[in-house]
Ligand binder design. Structure first.
Ligand code: ADP
Length: 264
């Protein structure tokens, strides 16, 4: 069993990704939608706002209006696009967000501590949170009945509100909860790069004990969350995490065959 997370950044070849799925079985898909969300929210006159936490992580400021557009894009357009394309090749996919059946539960953050123009600031009105629980019995029910789950943020708070959670960390937690042996995180880069602008600077192997060093020294922006998701997955019992390239043909098979950054 493996979990494959396909990102939402520009350049990802979803057709190629879905074609490759027919070479595999016993998997769960998690997906993103960030680039599409940025474009649509800008068109709707509510451009994205990103904030930097005091610990150096970048995240989307998700007010109610952003959450509504987030649901349109992630749980709507992106999720149904993937499910539709899978159904076209006779894979019985079923799309779910973390709200459905309380699939992904977490704690809503009361406020965000951010750095803006070098100054610390507290932001309120943000609908984001931390994943604490995966309702894996729902996932198992679907798998046992021949459905392939296609899962997307948002998650749900204990109070029943949609919360924005990181897709890579979702995938990591899902992999842990279903006891997957591998987690593949596909994006628009070959893997973790020493220099994000130089694709030949790929780091091929990372030992789990060196992951903090790699987060601090090489990963910028949202790549930090991918490594965090990988770290949480391995610490939770997943044997191997592969960061691979979703711009190429057979992206899943390539990652399973050792292409990309392997974290063990
Ligand atoms: P997705 O939405 O596909 O999950 P993200 O956009 O969140 O992907 O993260 C991938 C991006 O991370 C890359 O496009 C790249 O610009 C950025 N990045 C930052 N640091 C690195 C790094 N060291 N190696 C690779 N990519 C990096």
């Amino acid at each position: 069993m493996f979990v494959v997370k396909v990102g939402g950044s520009e350049g990802i070849d979803y057709d190629a990704f879905i074609t490759d799925l027919s070479n595999h079985n016993n998997y769960i898909i998690v997906h993103g939608g960030s680039s599409e969300l940025n474009q649509v929210s800008t068109k709707l006159g509510h451009p994205p706002k990103f904030v930097e936490s005091v610990s150096g992580y970048t995240s989307r400021f998700t007010d109610r209006k952003t959450m509504d557009i987030f649901n349109m894009i992630y749980a709507g357009k992106m999720n149904k696009m993937i499910v539709e394309k899978m159904q076209q090749i006779n894979i019985n996919a079923i799309g779910l967000s973390g709200i459905d059946g309380r699939l992904i539960e977490g704690k809503k953050k009361k406020s965000l501590k951010v750095i803006e123009n070098g100054k610390k600031k507290i932001l309120r009105g943000d609908m984001s949170g931390m994943i604490e629980k995966i309702n894996h019995s729902l996932i198992e029910l679907l798998l046992q009945n021949g459905y392939i789950p296609v899962i997307t943020p948002p998650a749900i708070s204990y109070e029943g509100e949609a919360i924005n959670v990181d897709g890579d960390r979702c995938a990591g937690q899902i992999a842990v909860s279903v006891k997957a042996d591998q987690l593949i995180i596909l994006s628009n880069i070959p893997g973790l790069l020493k220099d994000p602008l130089d694709e030949s600077s790929l780091i091929k192997n990372i030992k789990i004990e060196d992951i903090d060093y790699n987060i601090q020294n090489y990963a910028k922006g949202r790549m930090k969350k991918k490594l965090l998701g990988a770290q949480e997955a391995i610490n939770g019992g997943v044997k191997k995490v592969i960061l691979g390239d979703a711009r190429i043909d057979n992206s899943i098979s390539a990652a399973l065959n050792g292409k990309g950054t392997i974290i063990e």
